[in-house]
Design a protein. Sequence first.
Length: 172
Amino acid sequence: MRTKLISSCWGFLAIILIVAGLLFFKASLPMSDNTQSQVFEVKSGMTLKQVSQELLGQNLIRSANAFQAIALIQDKEKLIKVGEYYISPSMPAAEILQRITSGKTVLHSVTIPEGYRITEIANLLEKRNLVDKNIFLQQAKNVSCWREFQPVLLKAIFFLTPIILESALLKP
């Protein structure tokens, strides 16, 4: 009788593990076959839970809980980097996690014509949603914040992210 009870418990446990494994597998599959990428932004201070909820809300993953579990299993829950990323609904959850922990963010190409005044540059960058014009103009007067960009400023074409600009402009 006792052996029968033990084998019934093991059988029940095996069924639960198989069902949980199948649900986890299904939840980690791509959301759809749509290969059209969209920009997904990880904002400063966002937690893994907030990122997974946002991904779910934008129909990029099937399950926020499965995404969080994958991050915990891969020990990447604290490695998510702030920035904008190209994410496609056809990407599996593990690939999305790899993308947002890699730090390879979207780069915005900006051409600043020779002779542009600082106000024209501010307008151009604000129109591209890269900076707040007023903060840019205020910080542009601070010469020390531009030392980081000195080698790049010799070129007419820049590849910037909002995070690069924000960190450079908001330095004391």
